[in-house]
Design a protein around this ligand. Structure first.
Ligand SMILES: C[S@@+](CC[C@H](N)C(=O)[O-])C[C@H]1O[C@@H](n2cnc3c(N)ncnc32)[C@H](O)[C@@H]1O
Length: 388
């Protein structure tokens, strides 16, 4: 029988519903918990999650959980773990520890005890990873109200680092937030998609990947490769399951900045989606679709306009948001909008009927995805109005 393990998938706060939907889409029955989702799964399921989840940050396999109130007890109990089933001697380690409301609170001491336990199992001091190393085994120890949980991360680096965004412009959006924006926009991939503030191209590239049925983790190193449980055949089989299709709707990305266009094209090429993204340099006001030229009847604008914090400093962004709103209205009811907003006053300047779809943190800033009100949302709000 295949071994199964408790697995915890982490995501940015606010992305949990999308994560759960993605898991369900891959027939992984999970439960949402704050900051992620939990399920019981085999190594093959763990690898599938690493390959296919676009909104996840980390996949952690729980190795053990026990009550613990002293560092000596931690080392003793950690030595009972079958480390040789998980770790490969030549792969360097990172040890991350956290403690909340527990008698054992010194995180440096926790890491030291885990280090000792692994060293005693292997009969030699484990190698610790240097910053430059790509393949590392991350051991994560968490104390919460005296309950200690020790896990191993299924990948060496967080999942949002897809591997295509080597050219980054100012204030690039995290790939997992871009992925969630596309999912939350309800973009029917048969319609067109436009990002007129594309920067490094993250949103258009994530959208293209979704429309083509590409795995978000396709460019990443194999999951579990840093562990003793790595099974290259299963990984290759999983990767071979992908059957890319050509998207139906047109995808366009534009930006007023020449460097942004070069970055988007280079990133899209690395992601293998350059042929499906029409990427041109235009200021918002001169974007052909937004001027009503060559535009299809149905589409979705998904974008991360300048917030006025990092990109445009104190420039007055109100006219930019107003223009965006006018142009979207002119495109008619066949077009939906999804914008990532930091300052709600600016979002309101679009004068579009938008509703918060999710809120999260982006580089320390609180951001909210503001999307067009759907027909269902409209119906239920008019029903509520009638009742009150
Ligand atoms: C927050 S950044 C977008 C970041 C992007 N989502 C990414 O992942 O890299 C905003 C972008 O809007 C562009 N921009 C600002 N004003 C513009 C305008 N009037 N017309 C078109 N692009 C503009 C900037 O050049 C910048 O690349």
């Amino acid at each position: 029988m295949t071994d199964t393990f408790p697995v915890f998938v982490t995501c940015l706060p606010g992305l949990e519903p999308f994560l759960l939907e993605e898991l369900a889409g891959h027939h992984i029955a999970a439960e949402t918990v704050p900051g992620g989702a939990e399920f019981e799964g085999s190594i093959e399921t763990v690898m599938r999650a690493c390959l296919w989840l676009g909104t996840a940050s980390q996949v952690l396999i729980r190795l053990t959980q026990f009550r613990c109130r002293a560092l000596g007890e931690l080392e003793r109990k950690a030595m009972e773990l079958p480390w040789r089933d998980w770790l490969v001697g030549r792969v360097p380690l990172t040890l991350s520890s956290r403690s909340r409301r527990s008698r054992v609170y010194h995180t440096g001491g926790i890491s030291e005890r885990i280090y000792n336990a692994i060293g005693k199992t292997f009969g030699q001091a484990p190698m610790l990873a240097k910053d430059s190393e790509d393949v590392v085994a991350n051991i994560v120890t968490r104390f919460n109200e005296d309950i200690c949980t020790i896990s191993i991360e299924a990948t060496s680096t967080p999942l949002h680092r897809r591997g295509y965004r080597l050219d980054a412009r100012k204030a690039p959006l995290r790939e997992d937030i871009a992925h969630a924006l596309v999912l939350a926009s309800n973009w029917s991939t048969k319609g067109a998609m436009l990002d007129p503030f594309c920067g490094s191209g993250t949103i258009a590239i994530e959208a293209a990947g979704l429309a083509m049925g590409l795995a978000p983790g396709r460019l990443r190193p194999a999951a579990m490769q840093q562990t003793a449980r790595f099974d290259i055949d299963s990984w290759q089989e999983l990767c071979a399951e992908t059957a890319p299709r050509e998207p139906v709707g047109k995808i366009a990305a534009s930006d007023r900045d020449k460097g942004a266009i070069a970055a988007t094209r280079a990133n899209a090429k690395r992601a293998g989606v350059q042929h499906v993204i029409d990427c041109q340099q235009h200021a918002l006001a001169a974007q052909p679709w937004l001027e009503g030229r060559d535009v299809t009847e149905h589409g979705t604008l998904i974008t991360n306009p300048p917030f006025g914090v990092r990109v445009s400093g104190n420039n007055n962004l109100i006219p930019l948001y107003q223009t965006l709103g006018h142009r979207m209205k002119a495109l008619g009811d066949g077009w939906n909008t999804m914008i990532l907003a930091h300052d709600m006053r600016l979002a309101r300047r679009t004068a579009l009927q938008l509703k918060p779809k999710f809120s999260t943190k982006h580089g320390g800033l609180a951001v909210t995805a503001m999307g067009s009100v759907t027909a269902d949302e409209n119906k239920s709000s008019s029903a509520t109005d009638r009742e009150s």
